[in-house]
Design a binder for this molecule. Structure first.
Ligand SMILES: Cc1cc2nc3c(=O)[nH]c(=O)nc-3n(C[C@H](O)[C@H](O)[C@H](O)COP(=O)(O)OP(=O)(O)OC[C@H]3O[C@@H](n4cnc5c(N)ncnc54)[C@H](O)[C@@H]3O)c2cc1C
Length: 408
């Protein structure tokens, strides 16, 4: 019987994979982090880092927090501007700042943020990083998993699949991202977009033509802006929408948004990528393989946020392997990962799915915005529901809807 080369091979060095590697760095295990790309590499994304990312950076330790604070180019964000279907605006200024950070959130182009995490992992002597290594197929035996890659065969006791929304490993495990639990997104970088709010807010425009999705405008350092649109892919198919065309139509012709692009220049054509949503619970442990991040469909079904949840899943997958190896029956213990990840993010995904469903009732959204603009107490409640995952579940409470509909 041949011995596997590694204890853990992590496929994909995005936020899920690099975070998993960093949590395994002092475990004494032989860890390999491989990616088909060479870093720095771009990832189509809104580039918005939420409080969940702050929480995960905190879990990686004070040195990582300090390095993050010095990393460039990023800008701090103070909150969120919601624009409702009837074009009313609601600004929610967030207050919760994690110790060690300077703001509730950040905008940090993925080409730089992912390299920041990847560099932390690749600088560690116990993590072997391999770039330009594409996994092509997987073979699982009783003793180990063999990966056939563009750089030859690799064998390992465990695999952490962090290979993103189009994961070959998730497909090997029989997981398919199905409608309506999948969104499509397009992103385009611009310079010269006007009307950006100050202090810096991320803008979400829930226009009637984009529901159940939205157009975002996120300011970036050096006068850039990340602009994009996401929509559930079953709706895209059902309405026979070309997301790129609709997006460009909105940018150039929407009476509310197009004036802001009058002097703007696009730096690239709109580029699309799928978002596997966490609105369906899936099995995430398949023998010695653990699915994480987008490969495990950990994206918030309402906001499209996935970076922080990818990091959470990478952390919990790494911890699950370490704990399993200390138990008499590692394979049995590995299954705890399913439960632990659900415990960590399951209720947030459930609430966000409900919110996404409520977008079928645009007038309710209008009403929430109007109510919050009239009632400071209600606005503060919304802030708390955004900031505290535990408070988010209030969206499942029917009394909240009575409060929204109540005229005073
Ligand atoms: C349009 C759009 C906008 C978004 N905006 C935001 C946002 O603003 N904020 C937010 O929090 N989330 C956002 N998301 C979601 C976020 O991008 C993802 O949830 C996040 O990138 C998931 O991280 P990951 O590590 O799982 O996967 P990825 O970041 O996709 O990393 C996967 C890695 O695997 C590698 N890989 C793939 N296949 C193979 C293979 N066969 N062999 C070897 N390596 C492989 C890839 O090269 C890549 O480096 C957005 C997504 C989209 C599509």
């Amino acid at each position: 019987m041949s011995h596997p080369q590694f204890d853990v091979v992590i496929v994909g060095a995005g936020p899920a994979g690099s975070t998993a590697a960093l949590h395994l760095q002092n475990s004494g295990l032989r860890v390999c982090l491989m990616d088909k790309a060479t870093f720095p590499r771009d990832k189509i994304c809104g580039d918005a880092l939420s409080g969940t990312v702050g929480y995960e950076l905190h879990k990686l330790g004070p040195q990582v927090m300090q390095a993050f604070m010095q990393a460039e180019p990023k800008i701090a964000t103070s909150g969120i501007r919601f624009v409702s279907p009837n074009l009313h605006t609601l600004d929610i200024i967030l207050r919760k700042v994690r110790p060690g950070l300077s703001a509730p959130g950040y905008l940090f182009p993925r080409i730089h943020f992912d390299q920041f995490l990847f560099n932390l992992a690749s600088n560690h002597p116990h993590i072997q990083t391999i770039s330009q290594c594409t996994v092509q197929s997987i073979n699982t035996s009783k003793q180990h998993v063999t990966l056939q890659t563009s750089q030859g065969h690799f064998s390992s006791r465990f695999i952490i699949a962090a290979d993103g929304a189009q994961s070959i490993i998730a497909r090997h495990c029989g997981i398919q991202h199905q409608h309506p639990h999948l969104s499509a997104g397009v992103r385009q970088y611009f310079t010269g977009v006007t009307g950006l709010p100050s202090p810096t807010l991320i803008e979400l425009h829930f226009l009637p033509e984009t529901l159940p999705g939205y157009v975002w405008i996120f300011p970036l350092p050096n006068g850039l802006a990340n602009v994009g649109m996401g929509m559930r892919s079953d709706v895209v198919i059902q309405k026979k929408i070309s997301l790129r065309h609709l997006f460009q139509h909105i940018i150039h012709h929407h009476p509310h948004l197009s004036p802001r692009f009058k002097y703007a220049s696009a730096l690239e054509p709109p580029r699309g990528f799928p978002l596997p949503l966490g609105s369906l619970r899936r099995p995430l442990v398949h023998g010695p393989i653990l699915l994480t991040g987008d490969a495990a469909a950990c994206i918030d079904p309402f906001t499209g946020e996935g970076i922080g949840y990818a990091m959470t899943s990478g952390r919990i997958a790494a911890q699950s392997i370490i704990h399993a190896l200390h138990s008499p029956n590692p394979m049995l213990h590995l299954h705890a990962y399913n439960h632990l990840l659900h415990q960590a993010i399951g209720s947030e995904m459930k609430t966000s799915y409900r919110l996404q469903q409520l977008l079928q009732y645009p007038r309710l959204f209008d009403r929430v915005v109007q109510k919050a603009n009239r009632s400071p107490a209600f606005k503060d409640l919304l802030r708390q529901m955004i900031e505290e995952p535990a408070n988010k579940s209030q969206w499942l409470n029917p009394l909240l809807y009575l409060r929204i509909l109540w005229p005073f």
